[in-house]
Design a protein. Sequence first.
Length: 596
Amino acid sequence: MDIKGILKPLTAWKRAFQPPHTIEVPNKGKREAAERYRGFHYNDIDKCIGCGTCSAICENEAIKMVKVREPQKGDSGYRPRIDYGRCCWCALCVDVCPTGSLEMTNEYVWVRESADEFIFTPGVDIIGHEEKRDKGYKKDEKLNFLHLERVPMRELDGKERTKTFAEVVLGYLEEEARREAERCIGCGLCISGCPARMHIPDYIRAIAEGDDVKSLNIIYENNPMPEMCGKVCTRRCEFECSLGHLGDPVAIRWLKRYVVEQFDDLKKYVKAEPQPLNGKKIGIVGAGPAGLTAAYYLILKGYETEIFEAAPKAGGMTFLGIPKYRFPIPSLDKQVELIESVGVKIHYNSPVTDKKFKKMLEEYDAIFVATGLPKGMSMRIEGEDHPKVTYAIDFLRRVNLGEKIRLDGEDVVIVGGGNVAIDAVRVAKRLGANSFIAYRRRVVDMPADDEEIEATEHEGIPIYTQIIPLRVEDGPEGKVKLIYGKAKMVQEKPGERPRPVLIEGKEYEYVVDRVIVAIGQQPELSYLPEEIRNKIEMNRRLIKVNERQMTSIEKIFAGGDLTNWTADAISAIADGMRAVKGIEMYLNGEISWDKK
């Protein structure tokens, strides 16, 4: 007989008279939780960007994104709502949060009468533990759920590349592109920064999956100049990338470049099938990004399109203004070839005159003007008409059109701080000059892209700041003098951008072989008949348009740098897309000028 087995249940009764190891909560006190206890969620809704990564990672489907504010760039306006009937407190949502806004307190007591109250939006719905955030589970920096460092891009050595116009950035190899694409979490916030609203997460996902043809066709849904954008775009999409809050944004521009570079003949892979012509004709003035975009998507919709371009090649300022070490001619040519292959007619070396424009108004059902900003802005100082002074846009145009220019050993000052100034100073260096930049503000204030400024510094090109040109004079031995003063930076209101103010009483000079001015550009509208120039509504120096790119003159649409203060290629492409919709609505009778 097993006596122990018989007596064992009886011995358990002795525990009934011992003190309990548990605490009755909340009635009889509270036990302090561990420092990193995974308690109730808290979300800093101002830090949160509504990317939805927490919702995507949750295997219990306990997190749903709900709208709490109006969306804006880099913020979807949505915030996570958590169902504590489903949550298992694994904290994966906290560990993958790309901004670190989501965390967990070490509070574990929450009593409510209704079960519905356990479905709540942290940071919006107040549940009583928000002030106890000093303890609890925060993002574990040791866990590498997010790949915060981008795959580096290979490029030519800074000093060597100034000896040639060879392309500086070398592009991703296949394995590099796949790894970089895999970093994307697919939140889509990048789309809010893209003027053309490209389907960025979709084409990046296709790259990660190894389907470059699919990626290419997704890109071409709303961008007919992707290799250009992959090389010279201002990449505003990357500034909204959720990974950029804690690490490097996804290299969206370089991934687009990678895809297009895989195909020498785009015509074989892009599924561009124009509809039958519908009898409507559209005339386009200017074969820049805006004009090419409008022509491409109009022809796909069945509208006959013709472009009149004054230059021997299409591309506008991307051909005439951007140096070939940034955007080689073959990259431009293959994109234009695809556009022409679907039926777009481009008349090269065909500048439009006022008489030609009048005839176009009679011959075409609508006209889209996109002639950019081909004239340099004046410094408005004495002596600027000196023969040794030129404008950067004219200088770059001459170089890109193949004019043989040598600046061996010359001292050249470029006045300005934008991308055009950067292009001019780097081109001058490649042509043999001792070139440098003189800018009226600080480097941190320069409107040029940060990477372009960095590239200039890598090439050993000086950037002198807080310099205000005063006048231009003859110099010794055929040189020219740029007389300038120094500026102090004055901030009149907190948070306001400091402005340069001339320090009176002292002047300095640069004695150089030539001065190149790059302080902005303006349109040239002599091709418009005088009666139209007098009537067309302007927004300072640009043509004013509405959201459909309609001007104040019937039948005339406009876009690109001619209407857009951002003055970048992707904005011009977006204008071209809007013009397509506007022209279509106009010709279908959906909108009219008297009700625009």
